[in-house]
Design a protein around this ligand. Structure first.
Ligand code: ADP
Ligand code: MG
Length: 326
């Protein structure tokens, strides 16, 4: 962990090692294809580096947002990406450019797009439980490594978990450290951050944020990946907040048809109102649902015992399920 030193009391880092280039991004890269995605303050486009022919993703961040100078927020995002350079499940940072209005992060391109697409897809495109097991392990290894370095992401959701490829299903890359914080310096951070559907009760209640806050979001994420349904989403923000703070979750067979009871048990270990009761990332990796799968870092195509392509039984063939797991 070379450089998460210069931190202010809000868990923000102000010092980076990457040289910020002020020469023209357009001289060095061609923009190709359409947009890869966009968020609140950023547009992400595919680009090709002229000298190498390599594909990258350029994230264009406006420095002024709602009339405020947000340059230091972007510097913090860069610092966290730098600190995660050796984490194989965090998107890697290639270069940084700055213009008068923008900072451009040149990132590794995660060509498979957001896992969101497959979470909401129809049956034959949706993840199988074996897919989710492999991807959840990767997410947890990535997050365990972040937490080990005292970084909390605070915005883990299907739009910020990307895939290196979608067909065949590749590996995950965690992106978007715009809301992340460093814990050592943040004695007590209480802020309303994140996205209501994925945000933990302590955030809504203005209680201290910790690594356990991310673990809640991983519980929600796993629920969505397995069922295609968002467990707390209400018809409006108010209702969503209420569902979260009451931990109002449907674990019925209707929702979890064909999903193992171990998976449900895993989700329950994370969707605990009290942050202290939630499993840590390390503990999650030892949970029986995820433990015992060798070589989880490898692509599924390297694992003949998992994910055997079996197109004959796509929809109506749920695995036998042990009773009583509500
Ligand atoms: P924001 O902070 O505005 O949410 P993100 O970093 O989440 O910005 O990027 C917005 C979207 O752009 C993501 O949800 C994803 O669809 C796409 N995206 C971001 N980074 C990459 C990348 N490295 N490769 C491919 N697509 C990306
Ligand atoms: Mg985002």
């Amino acid at each position: 962990m070379p450089n998460l030193r210069m931190m202010n009391k809000n868990g923000m880092v102000s010092k980076i090692q990457t040289r910020i280039r002020t020469d023209s991004f357009k001289n060095n890269y061609d923009l190709v294809g359409k947009e890869l995605g966009r968020g609140k303050f950023a547009v992400v486009k595919k680009c090709v580096e002229k000298t190498t022919g390599e594909e990258h993703a350029a994230k264009f961040l406006r420095k002024r947002r709602k009339g405020e100078d947000c340059r230091m927020d972007i510097i913090h995002e860069i610092a966290v990406l730098e600190s995660a350079m050796s984490n194989p499940f965090v998107v890697s940072l290639h270069e940084v450019y700055e213009t008068t209005a923008e900072i451009i992060l040149v990132l590794e391109c995660a060509a498979g797009g957001e896992i969101f697409q497959q979470c909401v897809a129809d049956n034959d495109e949706a993840f199988t439980e074996q897919d989710v097991i492999r991807l959840a392990r990767q997410i947890l290894m990535g997050v365990a490594c972040l937490h080990h370095n005292n970084v909390v992401h605070l915005d883990l959701k299907p739009q910020n978990i990307l895939l290196t490829s979608s067909r065949p299903l590749g590996d995950i890359r965690i992106v978007d450290f715009g809301l992340s914080r460093c814990m050592d310096s943040m004695k007590e951070v209480r802020e309303i951050l994140g996205t209501p559907e994925y945000v933990a009760p302590e955030v809504l209640n203005y209680e201290p944020i910790s690594t356990a806050t991310d673990m809640w979001s991983i519980g929600v994420l796993t629920y969505v990946m397995l069922t295609g349904e968002s467990p707390f989403l209400g018809s409006d923000k108010q209702e969503t907040f209420l569902n979260v703070s009451q931990v109002n979750v449907d674990y019925s067979q209707d929702v979890f048809e064909g999903v193992s009871s171990l998976a449900i048990d895993f989700i329950k270990s994370l969707l605990q109102k009290s942050p202290r009761k939630r499993a840590t990332a390390e503990e999650c990796l030892k949970h029986p649902w995820l433990a015992g799968h060798p070589h989880p870092h490898l692509h599924s195509s390297h694992l003949p015992s998992l994910d055997e392509p079996d197109t004959s039984q796509s929809e109506s063939d749920p695995e036998p399920e042990s009773p009583a797991s509500s």
